[in-house]
Design a protein around this ligand. Sequence first.
Ligand code: FRU
Length: 513
Amino acid sequence: MNIDRRTFLSGVCGATAISVVAPKLGSDVVLAAPLSVNLAADPLRPQFHLLPPANWMNDPNAPIFWKGKYHMFYQYNPDGAYWGNMHWGHAISPDMVHWRHLPVAFSPTPGGPDADGCFTGTAVVQEGKVVVLYTAVQSVPRAQATIKEGIRNLRETQCLAVSDDLELKTWTKLPKPVIARPPEGMQVSGFRDPSPWRIGDWWYMVLGAGIEGQGGAILLYKSKDMRSWEYMHVLARRNDEGMQDLSPFNPWDVWECPDFFPLGEKYVLIFSTLRKSFWQSGTLDERSMTFHPERSGILDYGSYYAPKTQLDKSGNRILWGWIEEDRPLEEYKAAGWAGLMSLPRVLTLDADGRLRSRMAGDVDQLRVRKQALDVLAGEEGVRRQIEGLRVGQCRGEILFTARRTSEPFEFTLFSPADSESPCLTLGYDPRFPAQVSIDDRPVPIALSDDEKIEAHLYIDGSVIETLVNGQAAWTKRFYYHGPARDMCLAWSGKMSSLASLTVWQLAAISAGP
Ligand code: FRU
């Protein structure tokens, strides 16, 4: 169904939202009129990515496939389009693409360990119920704090909540944390974002931390019942062999949002720090529970942070990430919304243990109109066809493959309203065969001699997600004034290097703002 998100509104999020309605796409809810009108008219607001009905979101939390539906929770501020007062927003989907907003799942409990915020967490199924472990924060005197930032002194503890309802709308929180303090003797600069998984009779859990004087680290815990946890050891740390170059040295840096999971024959660790998200793949010695990383890299070179994975209904490992704003706070505050969820990416490992990602096939169902290039039409013919291609209203998908010859090429996406400053460029120069350049910044790729460059772009309002050969990802934000734009394409270099080029117009996923 191709109903524009701007044409009607959906969703309730937050204690402050006004709940009514059951519009055409399901039991969604409308917002207060002035805000909904502004959001509906905002051409920068993405149309086929998941984002809250209004206000701020950051990390994906606890994505899970449960009773035939996908659930996505996310860090959410019901008070406005800025970080603070962390709640968990909630949306449900049959296919990881079309979403319906549900009421806020978690709010801070006055007087409880999460009185000042419900931070990031993970969902698992235990004995037929969905159990969430999340980080609770509470203001405390400085001596008890695990986050000491200027005037903000917060204690992070790990808390548990259970739900067994069909739509995961009702949750029972344990009144006390399941992990109340960092390991004995460890001074931390952060202690958060639990991520449990199971091996045999045991639950294990990774937790993000910064260790005083050492920097980012991932702590490992174990438990028989998810309620009583025993600290084991540091699973990974910044100072490990080969890891130092992952982030510039900062003894107080915290490795946030860890996720640790088997993939193929290996284990993969992901974590975020200093505004980037990283992966390591290697082996897990299940007797000693030690991780031996062999390969590492960056998950996305752009505005992409705090990713989290889940298994889809076919057992694929799906990666979700928070697409951040890249404009000043005052601008997004005024816009009334900030942040969105990336599209689902399927993770695999190649034969050398390198992490690969491609868009989940479910996203293809958004394609509504296809324009394919006849690459055999000759230099001039191909050039003319490219000039005629359009991504209407900044909402489409582009896929091209290009031969690597002795000639450089550059693909450009631009709006005729502003052809001086292109929206995105992606180029290849044979002098540097192990990289492409996106917006003139080098991005490493490793291709065999006869392999073509394959670039896949998803353009939506003010975001472009670009994947190159499944090896490199670059999520870009772009902003402009005025009405929604059509995007044009240009190719510099020999047309004969273009092996294929297809543009699809994509449908909006919901009828809301
Ligand atoms: C990552 C993060 C997490 C934390 C959450 C708070 O973006 O800092 O470590 O749990 O955001 O919103």
